[in-house]
Design a binder for this molecule. Structure first.
Ligand SMILES: NC(=O)c1ccc[n+]([C@@H]2O[C@H](COP(=O)([O-])OP(=O)(O)OC[C@H]3O[C@@H](n4cnc5c(N)ncnc54)[C@H](OP(=O)(O)O)[C@@H]3O)[C@@H](O)[C@H]2O)c1
Length: 306
């Protein structure tokens, strides 16, 4: 079985490397991103790194983000050697102060943002499936995947409005389960899968809720499941082999980021290249508003005026 798994992984890696060679061809279907500024969280590895490189190839100025400065520098160098340009921002989303600093640094360096891709994430295998608490005292996976991105998006909204037409994309997952409002921080029951699934649905609810609030601004907000079990670090921490490649997820994410077919379209959930249906809770406007209120309290943003 192990030999079979290893062969499968080798096959996936060969297909991946072939796919990288045809990136340029795939990318050439899209308009130039010259003059556009794009922030991709978690672009030091996996899906985020691949999409950062592809956007760079289209001429974008890419704000590469992650914790690992060395891998960040490698991505920046690769983009600077292509049609685009890049700079690295380091921030650990296990600290909301780090997120605030990241937003301040981006605002210091840029007046406009054209695309924000909320991609950084921890998977269900993080810390061997053990519950961890962030510097802010919140359950770690929920904070990194959802709360940190909620805060970042809110803080960068002025730049996105100045860059409009602009796009926000939450990289969620098809692995979703309803948020338990009685146990938001999973204190009563915890599993790696439970927190991952809830954080990913929370990201979908975030996108749906904001897409309504942003109507008329020319800032669109969509979300997607890129592909299942891609060959990334996150998946390597989970039991079982990878089933798809980063290329597959990157193609879907590129479509949401730059395809002219998505101009002006907002509040959508995609599974790969096709519109899909998220967990029922995402379509419950009362649940969305409740989650929004809780998130704002947790990250200390002012309550909304009704
Ligand atoms: N892989 C899949 O099959 C799959 C399926 C569905 C959805 N997704 C979603 O796709 C996104 C990318 O996943 P991936 O598989 O590409 O993951 P990955 O290869 O593990 O990369 C994760 C990225 O997130 C960053 N990151 C992790 N923890 C962070 C923290 N505390 N603060 C700041 N950055 C942090 C990492 O930065 P450093 O390395 O610099 O720390 C890295 O750049 C995630 O949102 C994931 O949920 C993935």
């Amino acid at each position: 079985m192990k030999i079979l798994n290893n062969s499968l992984i080798t096959l996936i890696v060969i297909i991946s490397s072939y796919a990288s060679q045809i990136n340029a061809q795939v990318n050439s279907d899209y308009p130039s991103m010259d003059g556009k500024t794009v922030l991709i969280t978690g672009s030091t590895d996996g899906l985020g790194r691949e999409v950062a490189i592809r956007l760079g190839m289209l001429g974008a100025h890419v704000l590469v983000h992650g914790r690992n400065a060395q891998r960040g520098a490698e991505v920046v160098e690769k983009i600077n050697n292509s049609a685009g340009s890049a700079q690295f921002y380091q921030a650990d989303f296990g600290s909301l102060n780090n997120v605030r600093e990241l937003a301040n640094n981006v605002k210091r360096d840029h007046q406009k943002l054209h695309i924000l891709i909320n991609n950084a994430g921890l998977g269900s295998g993080f810390a061997g499936g053990q519950r961890r608490v962030s510097q802010d005292g919140y359950e770690m996976v929920l904070q990194v995947n959802y709360l940190a991105h909620y805060l970042l998006t809110d803080l960068l909204l002025p730049l996105l409005k100045d860059g409009a037409p602009s796009r926000i994309i939450n990289v969620a997952s098809r692995a979703q389960s309803p948020v338990n409002f009685g146990d938001i921080m999973l204190e009563n029951y915890f599993s790696g899968r439970a927190t991952y699934h809830r954080s990913k649905l929370a990201q979908v609810m975030h996108a749906f809720h904001y897409s309504e609030l942003l109507q008329g601004t020319q800032v669109t907000f969509n979300t997607l499941h890129p592909a299942s079990m891609m060959d990334t670090t996150m998946v390597a921490q989970m039991p079982g082999p990878a089933r798809t490649t980063v290329d597959e997820g990157a193609r879907a994410l590129m479509m949401l980021a730059v395809s002219p077919a998505l101009v002006g379209r907002s509040g959508l959930y995609f599974v790969g290249h096709n519109e899909g249906r998220a967990n029922d809770q995402a379509y419950d406007s009362v649940a969305r508003a409740e989650l929004d209120k809780i998130a704002r309290e947790l990250i200390k943003l002012p309550a909304r005026e009704n």
